[in-house]
Design a protein around this ligand. Structure first.
Ligand code: CA
Length: 458
């Protein structure tokens, strides 16, 4: 199995880990550091920690969590800065900015004892791939637990300006001829994501395939750090890329490109990035794990109050975190997207959401969403077909090992979350995409069969 995965992806992963310093480049490209706002930090207090009952007191107060400076990380930053971690006794949470997804993987492999991290923010299904030893050094399995979802929405597909008016939008029916023409030319349509076989790769693949374009045969799809992609888009050698806020804002504002689609349009209320930690850390520190979760849940509720979004923008924009001007964050956080080509979106239900969306809980990690990520990995040949055979028995066994929604529920109860906000089922049920495709978690094979463009034969 490891060999199978290697055959398809290890080279790409190594390339990413070696070549990418996207966070560092991102800083440089996004411009000047913001004005420091002052007064936004709430110092963790001893009083706050003293509110924790002896029964729920964490075994340790210190933990190292990795994050990538994009909107998905906001609940971690807010939990620290607004004192929500400290309130539950986690007075010494260190948030470590990761230079790339490859660096985050390498740092969780060594753990905080080796100078790395105990867990943090992940694209999916990285925790499952790390658990299986499919993307680690020497294919060493490092068991991990998925503990909560951090966010939905906040990502999209950017297209180079030269394609304005060409019909490349959410739907691609009118743009087929352009793709065919470029495919036959020496310079095929070139697109990028920032790490292979995870969310942003899946979003651009889904969107292309739904429009009748095979991402493996009709275009060139590469792994490139964000800032490099933007530079290439400026010089005309990159046609599209899959990216998160605040890039969509910058790309349109700087007249580099326009937005074909938000992920909120491709799959409204879709699963995005998650908190996952090393299983050994969680097993040794069950109370501290729940304290972290309680802090994050409170932060997610705070983040979803739109009255707080200006302050949230000011906090995450700071030099220590995203290091970007506040104004590139605020509009998208309010659900206002200038998509370019004269298209405006002003809809809070399509903004980055952290606690609740129209489908219910954002924070709760549905096992049915893990299953979609595994199924999509099978679709594109990143994982072998046996994961979804026999009613996905192998995928479900892996998900049962990795997804610890039971810990989320215990933490939610301890935090006094209303019963109505604690999902009763580990499945969110049938999901529907913009092109009408449906994913029934009870029958992932039927979903794969229904799709025209795929690598797997089912
Ligand atoms: Ca993302």
């Amino acid at each position: 199995m490891a060999e199978f995965f290697n055959q398809f992806s290890r080279r790409k992963f190594i390339f990413t880990a070696g070549a990418s310093a996207s966070a560092v480049l991102l800083k440089g490209c996004l411009g000047n550091p913001p004005e420091t706002t002052g007064g936004t930090q709430t110092a963790p207090t001893a009083e706050a920690a003293a509110n924790v009952s002896a029964e729920q007191a964490p075994e340790v107060t210190k933990v190292n969590l990795g994050y990538i400076p994009i909107v998905e990380a906001a609940p971690l930053i807010i939990a620290k800065e607004k004192g929500f971690f400290a309130k539950y006794g986690m007075t010494n949470v260190e948030l470590a900015k990761q230079a790339s997804w490859g660096a985050a993987r390498d740092n969780v492999e060594i753990g905080s004892a080796g100078g790395g991290i105990d867990g943090g923010q992940w694209q999916m299904p990285m925790p499952h791939l790390i658990t299986e030893g499919l993307i680690t050094k020497g294919n060493k399995p490092i068991p991990m637990y998925v503990l909560c979802q951090l966010i939905t929405h906040g990502n999209g597909i950017a297209i180079a300006n030269k394609h304005q008016g060409s019909g490349i939008g959410l739907e691609l029916a009118k743009a087929k001829a352009i793709f065919s023409k470029l495919k036959a030319s020496p310079t095929p349509f070139t697109a990028a994501q920032t790490f292979p076989a995870v969310n942003q790769d899946f979003w651009i693949r889904y969107w292309l395939a739904a429009g009748g374009i095979d991402p493996d045969a009709d275009i060139k799809l590469l792994t490139v750090p964000s800032a490099q992609t933007v530079a290439n888009m400026k010089t005309g050698t990159m046609d599209a890329f899959s990216t998160g806020d605040p890039w969509p804002f910058r790309i349109v504002k700087d007249k580099i490109g326009y937005m074909a689609a938000l992920t909120a349009e491709i799959w409204k209320n879709h699963p995005e990035e998650y908190l996952a930690m090393r299983a050994d850390w969680v097993d040794q520190h069950p109370k501290a794990t729940k304290a972290l979760l309680k802090g994050i849940m409170e932060a997610q509720q705070w983040c979803d109050n739109f009255d707080n979004r200006k302050e949230m923008s000011e906090i995450v924009a700071q030099r220590a975190y995203f290091n970007v001007p506040v104004d590139v964050l605020l509009d998208p956080f309010m659900g206002k997207y200038d998509m370019g080509e004269g298209r405006q979106i002003d809809d809070r239900s399509m903004a980055a959401l952290y606690w609740k969306d129209e489908k219910g809980s954002v924070s709760y990690p549905y096992k049915s969403h893990d299953l979609w990520f595994i199924t999509e990995s099978v679709r594109w040949g990143f994982l072998p077909k046996d994961y979804i055979e026999n009613n996905a028995a192998k995928a479900k066994a892996l998900i049962d090992k990795v997804n610890r929604e039971d810990i989320w529920k215990e933490a939610a109860k301890e935090a006094g979350i209303a019963a109505a906000d604690i999902p009763a089922s580990t499945s969110r049920g049938v999901e529907e995409f913009f092109d009408g495709a449906k994913f029934d978690p009870e029958n992932p094979e039927a979903y794969l069969k229904s799709l025209q463009i795929k690598k797997v034969s089912v």
